[in-house]
Design a protein around this ligand. Sequence first.
Ligand SMILES: C[S@@+](CC[C@H](N)C(=O)[O-])C[C@H]1O[C@@H](n2cnc3c(N)ncnc32)[C@H](O)[C@@H]1O
Length: 246
Amino acid sequence: MRSYQEFASLYDKLMDDYDYFMWSNYIIDLFNHYDLKPRDILEMACGTGNLTYHLANNRYNLVAFDLSSEMLAIAYEKLRKFKNVKLLNQNMVNFNINMNFDCVVSVCDSINYILNEEELLKCFENAYKHLRNNGVFIFDINTYYKLKNIIGNNTFIEDREDIFYTWQNYFDDDKELCEFYLTFFKRNEDGLYIRFDEKHIEKAYRSEYIIEILKKAGFNKVDIYNSFSIENANETSERINFVALK
Ligand SMILES: C[S@@+](CC[C@H](N)C(=O)[O-])C[C@H]1O[C@@H](n2cnc3c(N)ncnc32)[C@H](O)[C@@H]1O
C-alpha cells in the first residue's frame, strides 16, 4: 500500500493545526543565528508545498521535490504564482539536481520515512553533495521517544464535519519501525462517504545515530535543538531539529 496518494487531497485540511508561517520563521531565525544569508534553497519532501510557500514569499529561490505526485499536484496549484519556485518529482535517497544550494531543508518528519541506515547515509551524502561550501542542512525528525511512547501502539480518531478518520499505530521494537494504518471516510457532495486506506511507516532514529551518519556524510558541525527553539533537546523531546554545516 503506497502512502500519500488519496490522503494528499485531505492533507492540508488535516494539517490545519500546523503553522507553516511559524515554521518558516523558525528556519529563518536559524539562518540568522548562524549568520547565514542563503539565496538558493533545496527542499526535500516538500509535500503540498506549505513551507515552500512561506519561504518563497520571503524571496528565497526554491527547488522543491517530493516522491508523491499527488502531493506535488497540490503543491503545484499552491505555488504556480511564484517565479522563484521549481517543483520536481524525486526521491530523497537518490535525487540528482544539476545545481548547488546554500541550504537543504526538510520538515515535518519526512526524514523518518527513510527506513534503513544505508538509505539514510545516501540521503545525507546527497544533501552534502548538493550544498555549496558553508551551506547548511536543516531538518527535523519525530523522536524515538515520540514514535515508541506517544504514537506507537496507540489509536487516534478524528471526527470532523466531512472527514472521519482513524489512525492505528504499531511500534516494532526489533525493527524500530512505527507503522501507521490510516483509514479515512470522506464525505462527497452527495452526502455519501468514500473510504480509503493508507499505510505509512516511520523509522525511529536515535539522535546520536543521526549525528554519526551526518558526520560520516561529511558534515563537520552538527547541532540539535528542541524544534522551534534553540534550546537543547532532552529525552522527552518529541520533535527535534538538526542543523548540519558543510
Ligand atoms: C509528513 S509529510 C511532510 C510533507 C511536507 N514536508 C510538510 O511539511 O507538509 C512527508 C512527505 O515525505 C514524502 N516522502 C516520503 N518518502 C520520500 C522520499 N523517499 N523521497 C521524497 N519524498 C518522500 C511524502 O510523499 C510526504 O509528502
